[in-house]
Design a protein around this ligand. Structure first.
Ligand code: GLU
Length: 416
């Protein structure tokens, strides 16, 4: 899985190469991450035993600014996976034109089987492990799969304790009480909803009559489902690790959210729904399929068999390169992850800016700024798609992003 993620990311770069104008030496540099740190993390568990976890932080590229990207806690984390994810962060920040590079971190663990105190100790030890390579002007982590506002507060606290003063802008996605911004919690899902709406406009289809299936019901999937349903779309299916639920007349997304808030998963939600598997959800006949969980779920088989008319990638790397080709042949457009899920890092940037100015914005200002940046990037992607006759939107998005990062390298030159 993880190897595939890295191979996918590199293949996506290669696919865009014919459509860009950058020095071949610079393009070669773009294929290699700048550095990766691997740390061993001994943690005392609640029963008194010691468990040693493995953690990573990969800093992929910093030509355009400090490294930026989340931290993931998951049993499937590996060095290759964080490398792929840090590459995607680099292209994402470039596409939406934030003054950042790209990074990603992760710890191999299953926080769902750990107590909150164990997760806190692991987080503080991981922060100690990577603290020499992060910092407000160096590398700024954020939440990702299985990490949240609380995790960011612990990282900020640990880093500040070493610094001797409060350093809120070392991470984004913090709770409001310690320097978080209005709108960050919902930002990724809001961005997915905005890009879905734009895509429907571009395709001249009506979102109000559309059916939607969302795979993954974590922070991103649940907010996406709620906002799209508020915009008038009919969310017919959602899923999580426990499987999926389907109602052709539309789910009551708020009721589903309340169930998950109480029971942790969709398991046991029965209000007039049919249980389906994650695999079935991906093949449903819907106007928009939104994978919002993990990598490589849209495989060649799924691409061949899905009856969805459009894919909007809320997760990072959900579609394999081989599946992409099949979707292209079948004329099923894909809104690429580096645009569709960029709302999170955009509002992370706004949080970081507010922290550095010791000033806070209201929700309206944050959401307007988010929408403006995403819309501009969407239009730039479409202009490139048309002007350079790119085969698909991902190639166009990569062309914009790779050129931005490549030109930054060309301007800076090669040290020494
Ligand atoms: N983990 C999120 C992503 O993949 C957010 C990263 C950030 O805000 O830095 O885009």
């Amino acid at each position: 899985m993880a190897d595939d993620a890295l191979q996918n990311m590199l293949a996506q770069m290669e696919n865009a190469e014919p459509y860009i104008d950058i020095d071949p030496g610079v393009f070669e540099r773009l294929k290699h991450p700048e550095r990766t740190l691997k740390v061993s993390l001994p943690v005392e568990m609640d029963d008194g035993s010691v468990q040693v976890f493995e953690g990573y932080r990969c800093q992929f590229d910093s030509a355009r600014g400090p490294y930026k990207g989340g931290i993931r806690y998951h049993p499937g984390v590996s060095m290759d996976e964080v490398t792929a994810l840090s590459g995607w962060m680099t292209w994402k920040t470039a596409l939406v034109d934030l003054p950042y590079g790209g990074a990603k971190g992760g710890v191999v663990c299953n926080p769902k089987e750990m107590s909150d105190r164990e997760v806190e100790r692991l987080t503080r030890r991981y922060t100690e492990g990577i603290r020499r390579m992060i910092g407000p002007d160096i590398d700024v982590p954020a939440p990702d799969i299985n990490t949240d506002q609380q995790t960011m507060a612990w990282i900020m606290d640990t880093y500040s304790m070493y610094g001797g003063y409060v350093i809120p802008d070392v991470v984004t996605g913090k709770p409001i009480e310690v320097g978080g911004t209005a709108g960050r919690l919902e930002a990724t899902g809001r961005g997915v909803a905005i890009t879905t709406e734009r895509m429907f406009e571009y395709l001249d289809r009506d979102l109000e009559d559309a059916t939607v299936a969302v795979q993954g019901f974590g922070n991103v999937g649940s907010v996406t489902a709620r906002l799209l349903s508020n915009m008038g779309a009919t969310v017919v299916a959602v899923s999580d690790v426990s499987g999926g639920i389907y109602d052709p007349d539309g789910l009551d997304v708020m009721a589903v959210e309340q169930h998950v808030a109480k029971n942790a998963t969709l398991d046991g939600y029965e209000a007039g729904v049919t249980r389906i598997s994650n695999d079935e959800l991906l093949r449903l006949d819907v106007d928009a399929l939104i994978p919002a969980a993990i990598e490589n779920v849209i495989t060649e088989d799924v691409a061949r068999e899905t009856e969805a008319s459009l894919v909007v990638e809320a997760a990072n790397g959900p579609t394999t390169v081989a599946a992409d080709e099949i979707l292209l042949e079948r004329d099923i457009p894909v809104v690429p992850d580096i645009l569709a899920n960029a709302g999170g890092v955009i509002v992370s940037y706004l949080e970081w800016v507010q922290n550095s100015q010791q000033y806070s914005w209201d929700l309206k200002q944050v959401n307007e700024d988010l929408e403006g940046r995403l819309t501009r990037a969407f239009d730039e992607m479409l202009d490139t798609y048309t002007a350079r006759e790119c085969p698909d939107l991902r190639t166009a998005a990569y062309a914009v992003a790779l050129e931005r990062v490549g030109h930054a390298h060309e301007m800076r030159g090669l040290f020494p």
